[in-house]
Design a protein around this ligand. Structure first.
Ligand SMILES: [Zn+2]
Length: 70
């Protein structure tokens, strides 16, 4: 899996709602893109090969929220 360079933390809107960190309540995240490779797919026993995901990294506690791309 490869992670792109992070940008400046900023608010994220998911399904019309502001994303909030479940750990610390922070609302600023650095967005990253991750490619889910075959190793990850095998690990989870799911057909995720070549799928990508969006990761939002909390700027306060670094908790990561993952969203699979359609
Ligand atoms: Zn947090």
């Amino acid at each position: 899996m490869s992670l792109n360079k992070s940008k400046t933390p900023q608010p994220v809107i998911i399904k019309g709602k502001e994303l909030q960190c479940p750990v610390c309540g922070n609302k600023s995240f650095s967005k990253r893109r991750a490619q889910l490779n075959s190793a990850v797919a095998t690990f989870f026993n799911l057909d995720w090969t070549n799928r990508s995901a969006s990761c939002y990294v909390c700027s306060e506690c670094t908790h990561i929220l993952w969203f699979l791309d359609e």
